[in-house]
Design a protein around this ligand. Structure first.
Ligand code: NCD
Length: 296
């Protein structure tokens, strides 16, 4: 593994390897010392959980962490991103964790030649991929259910603009689960083979083992979205949440839009903070594999 760009680049074997390694980090039975590794975070979009858990993962691996700040960098003097990264590479950066609004930019950058080898980790690209989120979601789900055969997951919310949905679908399709997506017609987006699409909450929630809620990504939507109608038809409430359903959300939550606040006080909602916690171990596992592959 040289980069982590997309779920489709991973074999089932690699997914399970990441799971196993993350679990060892969580249990404290694996320790890694990457004192010669230099990892830069480059976030061109907002982030709380992803950025902080990558930073914590880098620190826990005893690697060196550099936070690239786009606003104060020479990108503002007209330098292009390739030259910027090539210079980071010359300075000695071995890996870059990047979030960007462009769907394809990170793949293009990863293909280029640099002063020294650089591993790229996709921390969210446009609307199409967020592989580390899907891997931490898989870790959270598998830790709870052990066997995923025939489990039903309903992903509800703004599927059309969600890189979290795209990467989760790509990953969970490997594991014999039943994947349902629920959204109003204008937030469903392009349909993916093997996924069942619903516009009615009652049908989509029936017998669901896992409910994964998503935020309406207003910053990516041009047209008007009727939030009141969304709340009325799709908000997760104490009344419509299936009993014992495993509730997930990648965060950030817009309380009282996709989920009613009182649901967040229920036992079911504890899993959401566990997703954030598990993100550290999964990101440790990924960076550990990439840095080890570089002999660092
Ligand atoms: C998500 C993202 O950035 O794609 N957040 C995250 O990484 N946990 C989801 C979102 O912004 O709604």
């Amino acid at each position: 593994m040289k980069h982590l760009l997309d779920i489709s680049n991973l074999t089932i074997d690699e997914i399970n390897q990441i799971y196993a390694r993350a679990s060892e980090f969580e249990k404290g039975i694996r320790k890694s010392n990457h004192i010669n590794a230099h990892v830069a975070t480059m976030f061109f979009e907002n982030s709380t959980r992803t950025k902080m858990s990558f930073e914590m993962a880098i620190n826990k691996l005893n690697a060196n962490k550099y936070d690239f700040c786009a606003e104060t960098s020479s990108l503002n003097k007209g330098e292009d991103l390739y030259d910027t990264i090539n210079n980071l590479s010359a300075i000695g950066v071995n890996a870059i964790v990047m979030r960007h609004s462009d769907n394809d930019l990170i793949k293009e950058l990863a293909q280029k030649k640099y002063y020294q080898d650089v591993s790229f980790v996709n921390a969210g690209s446009g609307t199409n991929a967020h592989p580390t989120q899907a891997l931490l979601d898989y870790y959270t789900i598998k830790k709870h259910f052990l066997n995923l055969d025939d489990k039903i997951i309903t992903i509800v919310g703004d599927i059309a603009h969600s890189r979290v949905a795209m990467s989760n679908i790509a990953l969970l399709k490997n594991f014999n689960m039943k994947i349902r997506c629920l959204a109003p017609e204008n937030l469903i987006g392009e349909k993916i083979e093997g996924v069942e699409y619903y516009t009615n909450l009652k049908d989509a929630f029936e017998n669901a083992d896992i409910i994964m809620a998503l935020r309406i990504q207003k910053e990516r939507i041009q047209e008007h979205i009727d939030i009141d109608s969304y709340i009325q038809n799709y908000q997760i409430t104490k009344d419509n949440l299936p009993y014992a359903a495993f509730l997930m959300h990648p965060g950030p939550i817009n309380k009282d839009i996709e989920i009613a606040s009182d649901v967040l006080e229920m036992q079911n909602a504890k899993t959401i903070l566990n997703q954030a916690r598990n993100g550290v171990f999964v990101r440790m596992a990924i960076l550990d594999m990439l840095l080890s592959a570089q002999g660092l």
